[in-house]
Design a protein around this ligand. Sequence first.
Ligand code: SAH
Length: 251
Amino acid sequence: MNLLPENLEIWQATLGWIPNHEQLQLFEQLYLEIIEGNKQLNLTRITEPVEFWEKHLWDSLICLQPFLGEEKAEINPNFQVIDIGTGAGFPGIPVAIALENMQVKLLDATRKKITFLDSLIEKLGLKNATTLLGRAEEIKKNNAHRGGYDLALIRAVGQVSICAEYAIPLVKKGGLVILYRGQWSEEETEILEQTGAKLGFQIESVNKLETPLTNSIRHGVYLRKIEETRTEFSKLVKIPVQKRFMIKEEK
Ligand code: SAH
């Protein structure tokens, strides 16, 4: 018997999507593995089945409405997603379960969490999720990752401008960043607009949401990258005038 509620009518009403039997089984397995992992690691304080469903599953997927909902977008099987500061795998793992065409990279700075996630991915048999150990501020400078993603997700990692600074360099020009936020203020919109002018993105929309069981406020903030990220090291590759002179003299 399953511990988690299915809440199919809520999925349908709020997201315009219903998990299939296999996905429901994976949610259940995910829940059991998190409870088990919590015995060793401090993964999450959300452990009651109903709360887990709302705060981890529903909350992770609701912002993917443009990809899952009735008007869903065509996703090519090479669509690259990165979940920055994924922790115990949220929102990245539910996204990998719900959207099998998306290739999901789970990034976290804590080795123990990455080790847990590697074993979780194997136990759940997820073919489209992989992990990455590191700090976002380093990973974004790495050519293997910079500009490599179609979509970046970031939940509960820090201030909005910091989240944008981590996420924007990792997505391609034209790519999307989704900031998962609780409350949202006009001031945050202003801060983000300033960051956007600097980093080359526009705020596409700020969606106010209410969680379906406890009516808590959430905001999904969608950022569209409209310019390539300038490299922060361009100054270092310039050869100083004096050095050029010296090279000439040596000949
Ligand atoms: N996104 C998850 C976890 C949030 S807790 C959720 O919503 O449930 C924040 C997580 O971000 C922690 O696991 C922490 O290790 C990670 N983190 C914080 N700063 C980071 C950084 N600069 N780079 C990568 N991971 C970071």
